[in-house]
Design a protein around this ligand. Structure first.
Ligand SMILES: C/C(=C\COP(=O)(O)OP(=O)(O)O)CO
Ligand code: SF4
Length: 402
């Protein structure tokens, strides 16, 4: 499929909207009351720190809702206002936060049903409205919806679309897109659907494996088995790694994407002559600003001498997981939780480990004077952060009375 031509025709269609419906002001008030927090604003105004009793909270200098998330959620709210009686669908979670997705359901924004791991678009009728989430959607899904003639509201973050443009450029130049990302993640699924040849690498270890194959060759069958779900159809590692371009899922660890880019650049210089580099390697920066800022702020927070760090965000939120990875790498006790309910008591917290496992840790909150670092992912409402900080204050105040 000519994905570029398809996107152009979609954008010119009367049934397609990516700018909202002019209800920004009403929606802004609603979003503020549902998701914003006076306490968090107060802490921001006090140079990101607050002390109550024997607890000091140190917030990261950048955390919480990013611009792309605010925009997508606002567009979804506007869509409900603009189409009060129409049936509204969404192709995936709007963003990776349970409280925001719950609100979508309360507003009767329905998920496309999935049968045997396949989305059943037959439920969508031409008069329906379908929201594409902040991660975007695959070009195949867009085409199905376009063919149905339903109203499409596209909330894809422009930073994500920028990555799609990058893989289109790779495709045009006959470069294979090496995508740093998680092959099952909605954004990466969408990005790879716009690519020509592609290979998705999760981390430095996988990138090193690919580099070794480029330089020294290797076991072709093993390579194909390893990346069976993470490459384009008919991918041939012996042919398709001679010209490569870098792209990423916007919320990966920024340092890791940069390192993978550098490693591949050096590899191509080594394998071919430096003067031929441009024919074998392309790199456009596709890390988003919000991801950079939140990770940079986390790198500062881990230097703050905190006793522990609470990382707040959906358990399927990639960018939140990257924030915890930074704390983990520094050996600081850190707890990734998605809501205040995970704090069961002063002695017990249920949290997600980097492996994805949910575990309960006892005696997680130290006695006496403590300093707690707090950050939240790009899809986490400040309200959720407030509830958690208030809970910590309350638990410690009660403990001090005993
Ligand atoms: C929508 C979006 C980022 C917002 O945070 P999310 O937590 O929703 O998504 P992710 O970190 O990619 O799992 C895609 O860049
Ligand atoms: S994290 Fe970046 S790419 Fe993702 S929604 Fe936010 S601004 Fe957009």
């Amino acid at each position: 499929m000519d994905t570029k031509a398809f996107k152009r025709s979609l954008q010119h269609s009367d049934n397609y909207n990516r700018k909202g419906f002019g209800h920004q002001a009403e929606v802004a008030t609603q979003l503020e009351s549902e998701f914003q927090s006076n306490l968090i604003q107060e802490i921001r105004d006090r140079n990101y720190t607050i002390r109550r009793g024997n607890v000091t909270i140190q917030l990261a200098q950048a955390f919480g809702f990013c611009w792309g998330v605010e925009r997508a959620v606002a567009m979804a709210y506007e869509t409900r206002q603009h189409f009060p009686t129409e049936r509204i669908w969404i192709t995936n979670e709007i963003i990776h936060n349970p409280s925001v997705n719950k609100r979508m359901q309360e507003m009767q924004v329905e998920f496309i049903p999935v049968i045997d791991k396949v989305k059943d678009f037959s439920v969508v009728n031409s008069g329906d409205v379908v929201i594409l989430p902040a991660f975007g959607a695959s070009v195949q899904e867009m085409q199905i919806l376009h063919d149905k003639g339903c109203q499409i509201v596209d909330t894809t973050c422009p930073w994500v679309s920028k990555v799609w443009n990058t893989v289109e450029k790779h495709k045009k130049g006959d470069y294979t897109s090496i995508i740093h990302g998680k092959y099952k993640h909605e954004e990466t699924v969408a990005t790879s659907s716009f690519a020509g040849k592609y290979l998705i690498v999760l981390n430095l270890k996988e990138a090193e494996y690919v580099i070794n194959y480029i330089l020294n060759g290797g076991d072709r069958e093993e390579f194909l088995a390893k990346f069976s779900q993470a490459c384009s159809a008919g991918f041939d590692p012996d042919q398709d790694l001679q010209r490569v371009g870098i792209a990423n899922q916007t919320t990966m660890l920024k340092g890791e994407t940069e390192q993978i880019g550098k490693m591949l650049e050096h590899t191509m210089m080594k394998k071919y002559r430096p003067a031929e580099l441009n024919q074998h390697f392309q790199n456009f920066n596709t890390i988003c600003d919000a991801t950079q800022e939140r990770q940079d702020a986390m790198l500062e927070l881990v230097e703050e001498n905190v006793d522990l760090i609470i990382v707040i965000g959906g358990f399927n939120s990639s960018n939140t997981t990257q924030l915890q990875q930074i704390a983990f790498d520094r050996g600081i006790p850190s707890y990734h939780i998605d809501s205040v309910e995970r704090i069961q008591s002063i002695n017990s917290i249920e949290h997600r480990q980097l492996t994805g496992e949910l575990v309960i840790t006892e005696n997680w909150l130290p006695d006496g004077e403590i300093k707690v670092g707090v950050t939240s992912g790009a899809s986490t409402p400040d309200k959720v952060v407030e509830d958690i900080i208030e809970k910590i204050f309350a638990l410690k105040a009660t403990a001090a009375l005993v």
